[in-house]
Write a protein that binds this ligand. Sequence first.
Ligand SMILES: [Fe+2]
Length: 265
Amino acid sequence: MEKTPFRIIQISDTHLFSDADKSLIGVPTQKSLAAVLDLVKQKAGTFDMILHSGDLTQDYQSSSYLRLAEMLSIFNVPIYCVPGNHDDPEMMTKIYPYEKMLNDKQIIKGNWQLILLDSHKKDAVEGFLHASQLAFLEDCLQKYPKHHAIAVFHHQPIPVGCHWLDQLGLTNSEEFWKITARYPQLKTVLFGHVHQQFEQEINGIKCYATPSTCFQFKRKQNDFGIEDLPPGFRWLHLYDDGHIETAVERVDHYVGKFEKNTKGY
Ligand SMILES: [Fe+2]
């Protein structure tokens, strides 16, 4: 019988406000997150970790970061996160650890290691992996050459097919890909930022994005647009032999008012 896999729930782009009732593009972000967490309770079964791939809050307020940690801690598993463009990385390292939300950036579990990187670029929407982050990635990979590795950061390292959004991805992705080429144990990348489900393999590396827990960007569009799709989460099962099973689950309804003609946020 196959050994139980290591089970991760990935959520992304929660965009919480200190005002629990406040909406972003018609979506009350806390209520929408609560609907996703209800779905996790119904569908996910037992799992071992929650991973948040960035844009935890929309207003940089400590109360927003604290409330997010409290909401996610009901599952009683460790929670890890990376900062997005809407986050304040310095504030996050001061606030966390809090409840089950931890600050660790290298996680070793069985045959696997997860490497959490900061792609936040100050005062910018697009992302960048600073030399110190790339060095950390390489150091982790060198220390555990036999472990299957997953890199996690906020900004997409490959185009997702939305022209406007692909101008705002990881701007030095070629440096990231150069490193991955030297470490064949790194076969998976997880990210957020794109507010849509996305799966693509590039050079033998699987890239997965997770829908936002609030609103979704319209897929395959040149210009900004919002898609009438409900929020959701991704589950991942990591097996000892290096293979991964994963899928996205969505709430059965859009939470809030769908603002079709929104031009940005
Ligand atoms: Fe976001």
